[in-house]
Design a protein around this ligand. Structure first.
Ligand code: ADP
Ligand code: ADP
Length: 237
């Protein structure tokens, strides 16, 4: 169980863009926290500071009591799963290979390079494929032959491979229709409810945020403009 603490966190990109302008809040372990905001609000940058894909240029990000930095990141990355808007799959690789790639941060370097996955990892991938609602027959298919909804399920299975304490989902449903969007959000919320995973999920749809979030953080211009329960959230412009 790990919490995430943003403490006056800032991100200035090298071109001078201020994407995160002093953000402070704590996501307790087991919470499904939705980060809501328009394009350019800083959602993606905020999520990426948690696994070090965006480097903070001020303040701190503390995960499970440890500040995110060069020293802590290698171990931290084993505890964090990430789901991307455009799925981030290797198009020409099989579904099985894509899911098992989620185990790479926990594998010795030479083994990850050789692409050899032990039977235990293969079994795990198999179980996850079922858990996200795909069939065993999908394992051998090429990732880019699946529908968008199926590809996002593969992306989710990959993110779950190491039973992450923290799940970062960056606009995971932006490319999906409303029914699939709800199925994907259900899968993510279940990780918080049943495993106590801390989920930070960015969205731009207010209705979905209201229906699924334990808590909404709204961002505008890199600042938090709302932090509270969905029932309290009414304004958005
Ligand atoms: P969101 O996910 O809410 O769309 P982002 O975090 O992607 O927001 O972007 C926040 C701001 O930072 C935007 O103005 C965006 O153009 C800018 N930005 C994002 N990535 C970079 C980058 N690598 N270099 C410079 N500016 C960036
Ligand atoms: P997506 O919607 O797929 O997240 P974005 O347009 O937000 O795509 O960003 C795509 C990539 O471009 C990201 O790596 C982001 O960091 C980078 N990026 C976004 N805005 C800028 C910017 N103003 N300057 C430089 N890089 C940017």
């Amino acid at each position: 169980m790990m919490d995430i603490r943003f403490d006056n966190s800032m991100v200035h990109y090298p071109d001078g863009t201020c994407a995160l302008d002093g953000v402070s809040f704590t996501v307790p372990a087991g919470q499904f926290c939705v980060v809501l905001g328009h394009s350019g609000a800083g959602k993606s940058t905020l999520l990426r500071t948690v696994n070090g894909l965006s480097a903070i240029t001020g303040g701190r990000v503390v995960v499970g009591g440890k500040p995110v930095d060069r020293k802590t990141l290698p171990l931290l990355r084993r505890r964090i799963g990430m789901v991307h808007q455009h799925y981030g799959l290797t198009a020409r690789a099989s579904v099985a290979t894509n899911v098992m790639a989620g185990a790479v941060p926990a594998m010795p370097f030479w083994r990850a390079l050789s692409g050899f996955y032990t039977p235990a990892w293969q079994d795990k991938a198999c179980a996850l494929i079922a858990a996200v609602g795909l069939e065993e027959a999908h394992l051998a298919r090429r990732a880019d032959r699946l529908s968008g909804g199926q590809q996002q399920r593969v992306g989710i299975a990959r993110a779950f491979m190491l039973d992450p304490a923290i799940i970062l989902a960056d606009e995971p449903v932006a490319s999906l229709d409303p029914r699939l969007s709800r199925e994907v959000l259900d899968l993510l919320r279940t990780q918080a409810r049943e495993r106590g995973a801390t989920v930070l999920c960015s969205l731009h749809q207010v209705d979905l945020a209201r229906d699924y979030a334990d808590r909404i953080i709204a961002l505008q211009g890199g600042r938090v403009v709302f932090d509270g329960p969905p029932a309290m959230f009414d304004d958005y412009d």
